[in-house]
Design a binder for this molecule. Structure first.
Ligand code: ADP
Length: 160
Protein backbone atom coordinates (compact mmCIF):
# COMPACT_ATOMS: atom_id res chain seq x y z
CA UNK A 1 0.00 0.00 0.00
CA UNK A 2 1.50 3.33 -1.09
CA UNK A 3 0.84 5.96 1.55
CA UNK A 4 1.54 9.68 1.02
CA UNK A 5 1.45 12.58 3.46
CA UNK A 6 0.24 16.04 2.48
CA UNK A 7 1.52 18.38 5.21
CA UNK A 8 0.63 22.03 5.59
CA UNK A 9 -0.86 24.75 7.73
CA UNK A 10 -4.30 24.69 6.10
CA UNK A 11 -5.30 27.84 7.98
CA UNK A 12 -7.88 27.53 6.50
CA UNK A 13 -8.04 24.82 3.85
CA UNK A 14 -8.78 26.38 0.44
CA UNK A 15 -10.15 25.06 -2.84
CA UNK A 16 -6.52 25.02 -4.04
CA UNK A 17 -5.57 22.59 -1.27
CA UNK A 18 -8.69 20.53 -1.96
CA UNK A 19 -7.84 20.32 -5.66
CA UNK A 20 -4.43 18.94 -4.72
CA UNK A 21 -5.95 16.43 -2.29
CA UNK A 22 -8.36 15.18 -4.94
CA UNK A 23 -5.57 14.70 -7.48
CA UNK A 24 -3.07 13.12 -5.08
CA UNK A 25 -5.69 10.74 -3.69
CA UNK A 26 -5.97 9.22 -7.15
CA UNK A 27 -2.25 8.53 -7.35
CA UNK A 28 -1.68 6.99 -3.89
CA UNK A 29 -3.57 4.24 -2.10
CA UNK A 30 -3.92 6.40 0.98
CA UNK A 31 -3.33 10.11 1.51
CA UNK A 32 -2.89 11.57 4.99
CA UNK A 33 -3.53 15.30 5.19
CA UNK A 34 -1.48 16.44 8.16
CA UNK A 35 -1.93 19.78 9.89
CA UNK A 36 1.54 20.78 10.99
CA UNK A 37 1.74 22.60 14.31
CA UNK A 38 3.89 25.67 13.76
CA UNK A 39 4.58 27.62 16.91
CA UNK A 40 5.97 30.61 15.00
CA UNK A 41 2.67 31.32 13.25
CA UNK A 42 -0.37 32.70 15.02
CA UNK A 43 -3.16 30.75 13.35
CA UNK A 44 -6.73 31.86 12.72
CA UNK A 45 -8.03 28.41 13.64
CA UNK A 46 -6.63 26.02 16.25
CA UNK A 47 -5.02 22.79 15.10
CA UNK A 48 -8.08 20.83 16.29
CA UNK A 49 -10.45 23.13 14.43
CA UNK A 50 -8.44 22.75 11.22
CA UNK A 51 -8.41 18.96 11.55
CA UNK A 52 -12.21 18.96 11.94
CA UNK A 53 -12.66 21.36 9.01
CA UNK A 54 -10.52 19.23 6.73
CA UNK A 55 -12.29 16.03 7.83
CA UNK A 56 -15.59 17.60 6.86
CA UNK A 57 -14.47 18.41 3.32
CA UNK A 58 -12.49 15.26 2.53
CA UNK A 59 -15.24 12.89 3.61
CA UNK A 60 -16.18 12.44 -0.05
CA UNK A 61 -12.80 10.85 -0.83
CA UNK A 62 -12.66 7.30 0.46
CA UNK A 63 -8.89 7.10 0.97
CA UNK A 64 -8.03 10.39 2.68
CA UNK A 65 -7.30 10.63 6.40
CA UNK A 66 -6.66 13.74 8.49
CA UNK A 67 -4.21 14.09 11.33
CA UNK A 68 -1.96 16.66 13.03
CA UNK A 69 1.67 16.57 14.05
CA UNK A 70 3.92 18.65 16.21
CA UNK A 71 7.30 17.75 14.76
CA UNK A 72 9.15 17.03 11.55
CA UNK A 73 7.29 15.84 8.46
CA UNK A 74 10.02 13.31 7.68
CA UNK A 75 9.57 11.68 11.07
CA UNK A 76 5.81 11.64 10.78
CA UNK A 77 6.13 9.97 7.37
CA UNK A 78 8.42 7.32 8.80
CA UNK A 79 6.00 6.59 11.60
CA UNK A 80 3.15 6.17 9.13
CA UNK A 81 5.20 4.11 6.64
CA UNK A 82 4.56 6.75 4.00
CA UNK A 83 6.61 6.62 0.81
CA UNK A 84 5.98 10.20 -0.24
CA UNK A 85 5.31 13.74 0.80
CA UNK A 86 3.00 15.69 -1.50
CA UNK A 87 3.40 19.44 -1.93
CA UNK A 88 1.94 21.96 -4.34
CA UNK A 89 3.84 24.34 -6.55
CA UNK A 90 2.14 27.57 -7.46
CA UNK A 91 4.19 30.47 -8.74
CA UNK A 92 7.97 30.38 -8.97
CA UNK A 93 8.09 31.84 -5.47
CA UNK A 94 7.13 28.46 -3.94
CA UNK A 95 10.01 26.70 -5.66
CA UNK A 96 13.01 27.60 -3.54
CA UNK A 97 11.38 26.98 -0.20
CA UNK A 98 9.88 23.71 -1.40
CA UNK A 99 13.18 22.41 -2.81
CA UNK A 100 14.95 23.24 0.42
CA UNK A 101 12.34 21.35 2.40
CA UNK A 102 12.49 18.34 0.07
CA UNK A 103 16.27 18.16 0.51
CA UNK A 104 16.03 18.42 4.29
CA UNK A 105 13.32 15.74 4.42
CA UNK A 106 15.44 13.44 2.27
CA UNK A 107 18.39 13.92 4.64
CA UNK A 108 16.30 12.98 7.64
CA UNK A 109 14.50 10.13 5.92
CA UNK A 110 16.34 8.92 2.76
CA UNK A 111 13.48 6.59 1.77
CA UNK A 112 11.06 9.47 1.50
CA UNK A 113 10.31 11.09 -1.86
CA UNK A 114 8.71 14.49 -2.32
CA UNK A 115 6.12 14.73 -5.09
CA UNK A 116 5.24 18.16 -6.40
CA UNK A 117 1.93 18.72 -8.07
CA UNK A 118 1.58 21.82 -10.20
CA UNK A 119 -1.23 24.04 -9.00
CA UNK A 120 -4.26 24.07 -11.28
CA UNK A 121 -4.48 27.21 -13.35
CA UNK A 122 -7.64 28.20 -11.53
CA UNK A 123 -5.95 28.12 -8.13
CA UNK A 124 -2.49 29.27 -9.10
CA UNK A 125 -2.71 32.43 -7.00
CA UNK A 126 -4.87 31.13 -4.20
CA UNK A 127 -3.52 30.89 -0.67
CA UNK A 128 -4.93 30.72 2.85
CA UNK A 129 -3.70 34.27 3.45
CA UNK A 130 -5.56 35.50 0.38
CA UNK A 131 -8.75 33.86 1.67
CA UNK A 132 -8.31 35.55 5.06
CA UNK A 133 -7.67 38.89 3.43
CA UNK A 134 -10.70 38.58 1.18
CA UNK A 135 -12.84 37.58 4.14
CA UNK A 136 -11.65 40.64 6.05
CA UNK A 137 -12.94 42.83 3.24
CA UNK A 138 -16.24 40.99 2.97
CA UNK A 139 -15.51 39.48 -0.46
CA UNK A 140 -17.47 36.49 -1.73
CA UNK A 141 -15.44 33.38 -0.88
CA UNK A 142 -17.44 30.89 -2.97
CA UNK A 143 -14.72 30.37 -5.53
CA UNK A 144 -11.90 30.15 -3.02
CA UNK A 145 -12.95 28.26 0.11
CA UNK A 146 -14.98 25.07 0.64
CA UNK A 147 -18.64 26.05 0.88
CA UNK A 148 -19.07 24.20 4.22
CA UNK A 149 -16.46 26.45 5.86
CA UNK A 150 -17.26 29.89 4.50
CA UNK A 151 -19.46 30.89 7.45
CA UNK A 152 -16.87 29.86 10.01
CA UNK A 153 -14.10 31.72 8.17
CA UNK A 154 -16.15 34.91 7.86
CA UNK A 155 -17.12 34.77 11.53
CA UNK A 156 -13.61 34.15 12.78
CA UNK A 157 -12.04 36.84 10.60
CA UNK A 158 -14.55 39.45 11.67
CA UNK A 159 -14.22 38.41 15.31
CA UNK A 160 -17.89 37.51 15.61
P1 ADP B 1 2.66 25.67 4.52
O1 ADP B 1 2.62 26.64 5.65
O2 ADP B 1 3.24 24.34 4.88
O3 ADP B 1 3.20 26.20 3.20
P2 ADP B 1 0.03 25.78 3.33
O4 ADP B 1 -1.26 25.36 3.94
O5 ADP B 1 0.17 27.21 2.96
O6 ADP B 1 1.13 25.30 4.33
O7 ADP B 1 0.31 24.92 2.03
C1 ADP B 1 0.47 23.54 2.07
C2 ADP B 1 0.90 23.05 0.68
O8 ADP B 1 -0.14 23.28 -0.25
C3 ADP B 1 2.13 23.77 0.11
O9 ADP B 1 2.90 22.84 -0.63
C4 ADP B 1 1.53 24.79 -0.84
O10 ADP B 1 2.44 25.10 -1.89
C5 ADP B 1 0.34 24.02 -1.35
N1 ADP B 1 -0.72 24.91 -1.82
C6 ADP B 1 -1.28 25.93 -1.15
N2 ADP B 1 -2.21 26.55 -1.91
C7 ADP B 1 -2.23 25.90 -3.09
C8 ADP B 1 -2.95 26.08 -4.31
N3 ADP B 1 -3.82 27.08 -4.45
N4 ADP B 1 -2.73 25.22 -5.33
C9 ADP B 1 -1.81 24.23 -5.17
N5 ADP B 1 -1.08 24.01 -4.07
C10 ADP B 1 -1.28 24.84 -3.03
Amino acid sequence: MKIAVYPGSFDPITLGHLNLIKRASKVFDKLIVCVMVNSTKKPLFTTEERVEQIKLVVERFGNVEVDSWNGLVAEYAREKNAVAVVRGLRALSDYEKECQMAIINKKINPDLETFFLAASEKYMYLSSSAVKEMAAFGADLTEFAPRELIDAIEKRVSGR
